[in-house]
Design a binder for this molecule. Sequence first.
Ligand SMILES: Cc1cc2nc3c(=O)[nH]c(=O)nc-3n(C[C@H](O)[C@H](O)[C@H](O)COP(=O)(O)OP(=O)(O)OC[C@H]3O[C@@H](n4cnc5c(N)ncnc54)[C@H](O)[C@@H]3O)c2cc1C
Length: 327
Amino acid sequence: MAVILAMGCRERSRGALNIPGYRPAGIYSAGTAQRLVNIEGYLPGRRVVILGSGDIGLIMARRMTLEGAQVQAVAELMPYSGGLKRNIVQCLDDYGIPLKLSHTVVDIKGKERVEGIMLARVDEKSRPIPGTEEFYECDTLLLSVGLIPENELSGQMGVILNPVTSGPVVNESLETNLEGVFACGNVLHVHDLVDFVSEEAKAAGKNAAYYVKRSKYEAEGEEKKASRQTTIWIHPEYGVRYTVPSVLHMQRMAEEQVIRFRVGNEYKNSVIRVELDGNLVQGRKRPVMAPGEMEQVKLKKKELSAVLEKAGRTEAAHHLVIRVEEN
Ligand SMILES: Cc1cc2nc3c(=O)[nH]c(=O)nc-3n(C[C@H](O)[C@H](O)[C@H](O)COP(=O)(O)OP(=O)(O)OC[C@H]3O[C@@H](n4cnc5c(N)ncnc54)[C@H](O)[C@@H]3O)c2cc1C
């Protein structure tokens, strides 16, 4: 039997943010606002400030504008947006909505209903800078301040989680440390585009089916290869925050293996460098990289084998490093 973990993620709530002020009506998570607008046909408010510039915050700025609300600003704690460049252009710039980078909400005015919010600039340690406060009159504050993979169940099962993604550590088959337990989608790592979620789900399904079949063969004594695996550990280094997967078993990897990751900062005209046991596998130029956009490298099994063969490496464990090289 195989299990595929696909529980998605949940939105970070106001409770996780510690914004001072009363608890007036008019504060919604972006997901709740989406539900009200898209499914229930209600407009949550008429003058809106959005906190968080990930894709959901950006998309909601446009959505609320199209529904007739006035979006005063999108505020972002970080010095860069957490969303796709194209969403900044199509959801904010096209509608003249200001993006306030390095800003956060420091106060919420209003007792019964939100009457306005105070935004302040933050320093490099994300601390509000006194004297930079600006008041925005609004009746609604939408919070779009991050997603948390839904991994309580995974943890209870004994699945090892990556502290960076808060999702399971997986191998090339999207299999966790528990044999026969696979993971995909937002429970594995928060994605930028749902298309990648679909691709990953397909791969997890295929690998789980193969696992069930293989278990059957192994039980019948027809296939016993697993013990002779060549293992490649993947290490995210300079600029790369994490990778999915974290380990490859050469015998089981596909002819072409996609490694997805995110960078930790904005980089221009840089190179994604991939090395196997210190030998260059590929160096790919990237004009622009940003934390909001998932990056990927495609590794060819043949190329990895060729690198190992050329270097005369015959041991069972190898190390692949992925890093950003700035010019
Ligand atoms: C607020 C919000 C808005 C978004 N808007 C967009 C958008 O406009 N466009 C876009 O492309 N993407 C959008 N996304 C991203 C998109 O929703 C995800 O990329 C995609 O849905 C992830 O798919 P998934 O299958 O991993 O998780 P989900 O689609 O979240 O599915 C997980 C499912 O598992 C269920 N579940 C959880 N725990 C359990 C359990 N213990 N037992 C049984 N079932 C369980 C959940 O109820 C849920 O139905 C949005 C995401 C969020 C959070």
